[in-house]
Each structure stands twice: as C-alpha cells, then as structure tokens.
Design a binder for this molecule. Structure first.
Ligand code: PMP
Length: 383
C-alpha cells in the first residue's frame, strides 16, 4: 500500500545513507551509484565541505524569503556569470528554470513562437512540457501552450525553421532523456549563427549537462557557444532543490518586480550549498573530470563497445549512453546490475545511461564497467 501517486518507477529499496559514490539501503546493502540521482549529486553523497556550509547556514537562517536582500544569492549568481554581462533568477527546479526562460524570451522579444527539437526534454509544467518532444509524457494533458514548434535535432536542414518570427530556440547540447544524443559542434554553431542573424534568442538547457558533467562547468563551453539564456538545476546545489535561469543583461529590463517570481527560489540552504559547489568546481577539478572521463571512455570502448549486444556508446564526459540491442531489455540489465550492487539508469531507445558522481575514482569506474560487462555477458547466455 502506498499513499503516493504512482508517478515514479522506483527501485525496490530505500536509501538510508550515502558516502562519496556509495549508497546504503535499509538492509545495509551497499551500491555503487552510477546515477547521481539523475545527475544531481555530482560531488557525491555527504560531501564534508558542503555539509558544513549547509549546517552553518542552518544555524543562521534557513527560511526562504525574497522579501529581503540576499548576499548569498548575489554570491552564487556572481560565481555563475563568471564576469560576463548576465543576470540570474533563482527558482527550485529545472522545469521552473525553463519556464522562466520561456517567459523571459517571449516578453523580451515580444514574439511568441518557440522552436524546440525532436526527443527534447525540458520539464513537466505546461510551458516546459510544451517544449518537450515526448508523446508518452504529454499524453492526456492537452491542450498545451500554443506556438511551440519542433525541428529535427542535429540536422542542418532544421536551420530553415529558424526564422525572424521565432522568439527563441531551446535545446540541450546532449539530450539526456532523449537517448544521450550529443549534438555536433558545427550544427550548434550554425544554430547560434542563424539565431543571431534572425533576432532569435538561443536558450540552452544545461539542467542535465551542466555543473561539470561534461568536464566543463556548462556543456556549451565545449563548443564556445554564447547562449542568450541558460538554465541550470540538478547539480547546482548537489541535492538541495534549486534552479537557475541565467540571461544576458540586455534581457533584464523585460522582468520587473512582480513579473515573475518564486516564493522558495534561492533558498538559503540551497545557496549555501551552491556557493560551495561552485567553489569546488574550479578549473583543476574540471580538468580532473575530463581525465577521469577519458579513462572511463577508454575502458568503455575496450570492454563494453566490443560486446555483441552493444550497438553504440554515446555522450560526452561522465554523461554516457550504452545503446543496447533491442533484444536485451534495458530494464532487465538495470535490475541485474542492482542485484550486483551497481545503480544505473535508462534513457530513450533501450539505452543504459550512466551519470556517475564526478568524484568517482578510477577503481570505482573499473568496478562499474566490469559489473556492466558481466551482466551484459550473462544476459546473452540467458538468451
Ligand atoms: N531539462 C532537462 C534537460 C532535464 O534533464 C530535466 C530533468 N530530467 C529537466 C529539464 C527538468 O528538471 P526538474 O526535474 O528539476 O524539473
């Protein structure tokens, strides 16, 4: 019996504690977590510096209020904009960050049309859902918000859809829910150029790709892009709810007091955590993520890509999709891995998705890859 709506497909155990990359369930069983709770706990569980900062804030004040000035919000916003001419709006989730981005784009341009891409995922409130291309999760919720259009992701012909009557284009650099499809840098640059030429704002959704996941703080930095608006959530406060919408200074005048807001946005505990997260994720940390990712990809290619049921491995950095032959149901692979003490995720198209905490060690990477290999090999034997 459960008093909860059946929205989530949950693992059949509860997490009691976590340390680093290891989670412990109610029976004491330990798991190597290759999910980060869907890219949230990027710095691992129970991080001592973050915990201390949150505890310190808890002793001062922890209720949210945007009634007052907030030096903590200023501190986090300043760290996020990295000396650029941008402004930050804090909210509580990725969906809300995208909602704010879409509203800002419409208000700032005076236009209504938004172009998104096939297999995109931007969230589940009406605006964000309207920008999402997933018929299963949209089913039964119509009518959605008008004036959202879709073009083919990573396809040069789709550039024709970027015309002056659009307010904005919204995209993910790597589609996290949409099968770990990584866009080509040349295509992304071409989209950006076409947006600039046509007075269309470029919104990059960094909710899953951001906060170090690809070895850059934000994945658009891999390709030297300059989005007008960017959205963040998940890893920003390493597990405390937060979202952020970051827009160019020139757009700021579109928002005034009362035009958009959130009671809980920028909560002090979330901000105390985010301030530490951003301090920890310096260049040295990010370079180390890239090195670890290179190590991980080397073994993925050597041990996993060669297995007969593996069709391709896609993604970038520590955002990885192992595309399985349709005869090997990814749900069964995830269940077998769970039994073996390794937690993984799925994504669109029978894809095993790995989003390990960025603090994972080389030997933990090897353990994970060896377990995945063993489980996949067993699955063939069972067939
Ligand atoms: N955008 C992207 C790219 C995401 O991956 C997600 C969550 N999976 C969201 C938006 C929605 O974020 P949230 O669940 O925090 O609302």
């Amino acid at each position: 019996m459960t008093a909860l709506f059946p929205n989530y497909q949950r693992f059949n155990f509860e997490i009691i504690s976590g340390q680093g990359v290891t989670l412990t369930d109610e029976t004491g069983k330990k798991y190597l977590d290759l999910t980060s709770g869907i890219g949230v706990c990027n710095l691992g569980y129970n991080h001592p510096i973050i915990k201390q900062a949150v505890q310190k804030q808890l002793d001062l004040v922890w209720h949210t209020s945007n009634l007052y000035q907030s030096s903590l919000q200023e501190k986090v916003a300043t760290a996020l904009i990295q000396g650029t001419d941008k402004k930050v709006f804090f909210c509580n989730s990725g969906t809300e960050a995208n909602e704010a981005a879409l509203k800002l784009a419409r208000k700032a341009t005076g236009k209504t049309k938004i172009l998104a891409f096939d297999h995109s995922f931007h969230g589940r409130t009406y605006g964000a859902l309207s920008a999402t291309d997933n018929s299963a999760i949209k089913a039964g919720f119509g009518p959605l918000v008008p004036d959202f259009e879709f073009a083919k992701y990573n396809d040069f012909a789709s550039l024709n859809a970027i015309t002056t009557d659009l307010a904005a284009v919204i995209l993910e650099v790597i589609q996290g829910e949409g099968g770990l499809v990584a866009a080509d840098g040349k295509w992304l640059k071409a989209v950006e150029k076409k947006c600039h030429e046509n007075g269309v704002l470029l919104i990059i959704d960094e909710v899953q790709t951001g906060m170090g996941r690809t070895g850059k703080l934000f994945s658009y930095q891999l390709f030297d892009l300059d989005p007008d608006i960017m959205t963040l959530a998940k890893g920003l406060a390493n597990g405390i709810p937060v979202g952020a919408m970051i827009g160019k200074e020139k757009l700021a005048a579109a928002f005034g007091p009362g035009s958009h807001g959130s009671t809980f946005g920028g909560n002090p505990l979330a901000m105390a955590s985010a301030a530490e997260v951003l301090q920890i994720m310096d260049q040295k940390f990010l370079d180390n993520v890239t090195q670890k990712a290179d190590f991980c990809w080397y073994y993925l290619q050597k041990e996993i890509a060669v297995l007969p049921m593996v069709e391709a491995i896609t993604g970038h950095g520590l955002m990885i999709g192992i595309h399985l032959d349709p005869k090997i149901p990814v749900g069964q692979v995830i269940a077998q891995l769970q039994q073996a003490g390794v937690l993984t995720l799925s994504s669109r198209g029978n894809t095993l998705r790995l989003l390990p905490p960025l603090v994972i060690t080389g030997s933990e990477i090897m353990t994970g890859i060896n377990q995945i290999k063993q489980v996949l090999e067993q699955m063939t034997v069972l067939k």
